[in-house]
Design a protein around this ligand. Sequence first.
Ligand code: ZN
Ligand code: ZN
Length: 109
Amino acid sequence: MATGGHVAQGGPAAFPCPYCDFIGRRMDVHAHLVEAHGDELEWRVNEKLGYTYCVVTCPICGASHDQVLPRARGDPQFIEEYREQIYMVVFDLLLYHLQGEHGIGPPLT
Ligand SMILES: [Zn+2]
Ligand SMILES: [Zn+2]
């Protein structure tokens, strides 16, 4: 049992943001990443295939995960339109990585 004092924000399932000191539930951190840390993502284009990639790099171990966006084809309008959805997908990959590889946040079930 808790011995009084402060319960960490978000309780035992608290998930710290890997980029700043924000802490919250997984869904809160997910939303926070989308809102605040979109500039941590990198966009790359595979000219040969005409694919755009959105790449997220783990700030802890440097592993990178990418999400291929075959429909984007370097089209800035597409990226602008779907930016938030893309951020959500890519940051979800990062959160899974943090949980699975670094034991951060609630354990994966
Ligand atoms: Zn943050
Ligand atoms: Zn990592």
